[in-house]
Design a protein around this ligand. Structure first.
Ligand code: ATP
Length: 254
C-alpha cells in the first residue's frame, strides 16, 4: 500500500480574465472514482484540462504517481499521457473517420500500432461497450447520441489507461440512455481497475459513477464526501446545489 495519490492537484491556480482556480488541492487514490460537481463557470473543465495537459496552470503542481506533469515535454510527456484516457463532452468523434478509426485513432497515430491490429483492438473495445462488430465500419453521423457516447467510451478505454477523465458523460442524453452509459462507465472503470475523474452537472450520474464526490466553488474544493453524504450534509453549497435552489451562497449566473 502506498499513500501517494494516483492523481493530485497541489496548490493549482489559474487565471483567465479573472481567477478560475485558486490554490486548488485535490487528490484521488488509485482505483477510486472521483466526481467533481459545481455550478456553471466554477472551473470544473479547467480542473480536468490542467490534468490533461491542455491548460497550463499559473502556479501549483499536477502529480501523477507523484510526478509533476506541468511543464513536462517530449518523450516523458508522451509517456505520462499514454496512461490517460478521456471521454470528451459530446463524444467529440471525427465525422470523416469510421467508428473503428475513431476508436483506434490514438493507437495508429500516437502509438504506431499497425492498422490491422489497431482495428482488431478497436472492435474488441467496441464489444466492451456492447457495440457489435458491424458498427465498426459505420460513421459517427449514422449513430444515435447514446451510441456515439459508447464509441467515445471505447476510444477512452482502448489503450487500457490507468486514469480516465469523463467530461460531462451524460450531457444531452435521455435519462434511460444516461443510466446505461453510467453503468458502462462503472463496468469499464472497475474492469480496468483504473482511477477515474469525472465532471458533471448530473447528480444521478455523479451518484452512480462516483465513489466520492467533490464540490468545486470559486476555484476551490468546498466539500468532499461519499455519494450518500450528499443528502445528509448541511454544507450550504451542497445543499443549494442538491436542492436546486436559486438562493444560497452561490449566486445564479443567469
Ligand atoms: N481558454 C479560456 N480562455 C478564457 N477564459 C476561460 C478559458 N477556459 C475557461 N475560461 C473561463 O474560466 C471559467 C471557468 O470555466 P470552466 O469551463 O472550467 O467552468 P465549468 O465549471 O466547467 O462550467 P460549466 O459547468 O458551465 O461547463 C469561466 O469563467 C470561463 O469563461
Amino acid at each position: 500500500m502506498t499513500d501517494i495519490p494516483k492523481l493530485e492537484w497541489k496548490g493549482v491556480s489559474k487565471r483567465f480574465d479573472g481567477p478560475v482556480l485558486d490554490g486548488l488541492d485535490l487528490s484521488v487514490a488509485a482505483g477510486r472514482s472521483l466526481v467533481i460537481i459545481g455550478g456553471s463557470g466554477q472551473g470544473k473543465s479547467v480542473t480536468i484540462k490542467v490534468a490533461m495537459g491542455l491548460v497550463r496552470p499559473d502556479a501549483g503542481q499536477v502529480l501523477v504517481d507523484g510526478e509533476d506533469l506541468v511543464g513536462v515535454s517530449g518523450a516523458s510527456r508522451r509517456k505520462l499521457f499514454e496512461r490517460i484516457g478521456v471521454l470528451f463532452q459530446g463524444a467529440a468523434l471525427f465525422d470523416s473517420l469510421s467508428v473503428w478509426e475513431n476508436v483506434a485513432f490514438r493507437l495508429i497515430n500516437a502509438d504506431g500500432v499497425p492498422r490491422k491490429e489497431a482495428k482488431a483492438r478497436a472492435v474488441e473495445a467496441l464489444g466492451r461497450v456492447h457495440l457489435g462488430a458491424h458498427v465498426a465500419d459505420s460513421y459517427p453521423s449514422e449513430l444515435s447520441g447514446g451510441m456515439q457516447k459508447r464509441v467515445g467510451l471505447a476510444r477512452a478505454v482502448v489503450a487500457n489507461p490507468e486514469i480516465i477523465f469523463f467530461d460531462e458523460p451524460t450531457t444531452g442524453l435521455d435519462p434511460i440512455t444516461s443510466a446505461a452509459i453510467n453503468e458502462l462507465i462503472v463496468d469499464q472503470v472497475k474492469g480496468l481497475g483504473c482511477t477515474a475523474v469525472s465532471i458533471t452537472h448530473d447528480l444521478a450520474s455523479a451518484r452512480t459513477i462516483g465513489d466520492e464526490i467533490a464540490m468545486l466553488h470559486a476555484g476551490k474544493i468546498v466539500w468532499r464526501g461519499a455519494p450518500a453524504e450528499l443528502d445528509r450534509t448541511d454544507n450550504p453549497y451542497v445543499r443549494q446545489f442538491v436542492d436546486g435552489r436559486a438562493d444560497g451562497p452561490m449566486a445564479s449566473t443567469v
